[in-house]
Design a protein around this ligand. Structure first.
Ligand SMILES: O=P(O)(O)OC[C@H]1O[C@H](O)[C@H](O)[C@@H](O)[C@@H]1O
Length: 549
């Protein structure tokens, strides 16, 4: 059985894997129509509910045997041991020798989680209390700008994990936010992002939250410097920085160097990965927007899902089921992508968030031990809120040649009751899953008396798999549960693939090369270019035309 850091039997040599390969050959052509026809209770049988999330996974191309084999695979790869290793603070991020403890960020005060023999929970709660105190001061107007004006605008400056989480969650929980506050997010190094986000804002009423785990990320530091110049152009005194800039980081030295007082710094720890960090101090902008109480409710939702993941048997374990079924499509059916389709406008940024969570975690080419993998790893994640996607790309999911497993996500109750909108929205979500699974055959069209049966273009084959997730309403708790569900799903898949889901070395090379190219673009004198002929030419063209602007 696999444990942390020890080498494991190669995935494709595991008996459950080999059995899944054989099983795939047997059932790959089975149609969901037949599976449902043979088992009238399939919809009930293959659904489960936990932590307030109802998961219907019956519209997947699986049989009871598929599930049994996937559950055996989970055992054979040591999923249980690996979960325990994560929750107990073992250094499962092997390439960086770090613990992976985003679960500690939402653990209750009395829990004990040790890293290197030191209980981290009291520090987590100290930071939460400091964030709470600061958020209350900003929300009540007690925290004033340098000229005594109330803070009305919050601008979070960060990128990747220091942006996508708070931005997505702020959009998701807007209903709960203080509508008198303007909250914006600046991430791109493209100056347009900063210019547009600060347009018409009064610097005297604006608080910048510079969020960066490392405090060295070039995009964030460039935006932060621009923000400081922008603020000081009006405020005209360096001392104003203390009232208009706070930092969220693990790197106190760099925060000081930037000129932010560490009294105005909110810390976190190296055992929180960027893409797993929005429930740490990285969520400060969100906490100010929705209030500490709602933020803590969201943490409680995360924790409830954590406990479910840690304790529930895998056959009823939502992250385990989603993860294992995903493996089935990714590795046996050869599906390249997964569409996540939330039927809620507030979740418009969910897929962008999940792209980083999943693709930065599981886009890996070697095992934990550094051996090249001989199987597919992380899928491409994409999606848009329904119903918009239906009028754009669903055509390809229904009739294209690619297999695209979908996750539909919806709520029984809307936060904006405007009948008949919500019934229409949810009818569409349910209908899409039905249409994808069952399609419409020529025979059915003929039996219905439709002349369309003679037109193959009109036929929908069906057999397109999906999961449907239903929750009561989009509350802070519900969001926490959804995000924790996907975090743990990614973990399950990373465990099966035996990869390090917590590093991201692949993003480094581009950063290094950009650093080399920046002075070549800026140089007054023609630089001597030593790249390949394509890269050289692009740099030359840019230099040539930039001068004309
Ligand atoms: O929070 P920061 O240190 O500024 O990092 C921001 C982001 O940039 C990096 O390049 C990583 O790929 C991300 O995982 C990270 O979230």
């Amino acid at each position: 059985m696999a444990t942390t850091g020890t080498s494991r039997t190669p995935l494709t040599q595991l008996s459950s894997w080999k059995a899944l390969e054989e099983h795939y050959q047997k059932i790959k052509d089975l149609h969901l129509r037949d599976l449902f026809a043979k088992d009238p209770k399939r919809g009930e049988r293959l659904s489960t509910e936990a932590a307030g999330i109802y998961l219907d996974y019956s519209k997947n191309r699986i049989t009871s045997e598929t599930l049994d084999l996937l559950l055996k695979l989970a055992d054979e790869v040591g999923l249980r041991e690996r979960i325990n290793a994560m929750f107990s603070g073992e250094k499962i991020n092997v390439t960086e020798q770090r613990a992976v403890l985003h679960v500690a960020l939402r653990a209750p005060k009395d829990q004990v989680i040790n890293v290197d023999g030191h209980n981290v929970i009291p520090e987590v709660h100290e930071v939460l209390d400091k964030m709470t105190d600061f958020s209350n001061k900003v929300r009540s107007g007690e925290w004033k700008g340098y000229t005594g004006k109330r803070i009305r605008n919050i601008v979070n400056i960060g990128i990747g994990g220091s942006d996508l989480g708070p931005d997505m969650a702020y959009q998701a929980l807007r209903h709960y936010s203080d509508r008198d506050l303007t909250v914006r997010f600046v991430s791109n190094v493209d100056g347009t992002h900063f210019a547009e986000a600060t347009r018409a804002l009064d610097p005297e009423e604006t608080l910048f939250i510079v969020s960066s785990k490392t405090f060295t990320t070039i995009e964030t530091m460039t935006n932060a410097r621009t923000a400081r110049d922008w603020a000081l152009r009006t405020l005209k005194d360096d001392a104003a920085v203390a009232k208009h800039f706070v930092a969220v980081s693990t790197n106190a030295d760099e925060v000081k160097k930037f000129g932010i007082d560490t009294a105005n710094m909110f810390g976190f720890w190296d055992w929180v990965g960027g893409r797993y960090s929005y429930d740490s101090a990285i969520g400060l902008s969100l906490m100010i927007a929705i209030g500490p109480e709602n933020f803590r409710k969201m943490l409680a939702g995360f924790h409830e899902m954590d406990e479910h993941f840690r304790t529930a048997p895998f056959e009823q374990n939502l992250p385990a089921l989603l993860g294992l079924i995903g493996i089935w499509y990714n590795n046996f059916f050869g599906a390249q992508t997964v569409a996540v389709l939330p039927y809620d406008q507030y979740l418009e940024k969910l897929s962008a968030y999940l792209q980083q969570l999943d693709m930065e975690s599981n886009g890996k080419h070697v095992t934990q031990e550094g051996q090249p993998v001989n199987y597919q790893t992380g899928p491409i994640i994409w999606g848009q809120p329904g119903t918009n996607g239906q009028h754009a790309f669903y055509q390809l999911i229904h009739q294209g040649t690619k297999l695209i497993p979908c996750d539909f996500l919806g709520f029984y109750q809307t936060l904006n009751p405007l009948p008949p909108h919500h019934d229409l929205l949810i009818a569409n979500m349910i209908a899409q899953a039905e249409a994808l699974a069952f399609g419409k055959t020529a025979e059915e069209l003929k039996a219905e008396g439709s002349p369309d049966y003679q037109t193959p273009h009109r036929v929908c084959e069906g057999n397109r798999p999906s999961n449907t997730l239903f929750l009561e309403r989009l509350t802070p708790e519900a969001l926490g549960k959804i995000i924790a569900l996907y975090e743990h799903k990614v973990f399950v898949q990373g465990t099966v693939w035996n990869i390090d889901s917590f590093d991201q070395w692949g993003v480094e090379l581009g950063k290094v090369l950009a650093k080399r190219i920046i002075p070549e673009l800026e140089a007054v004198k023609e630089p001597e270019l030593k790249h390949d002929s394509s890269t050289n030419r692009l740099i030359e063209r840019y230099r040539q035309f930039k001068r004309k602007a």
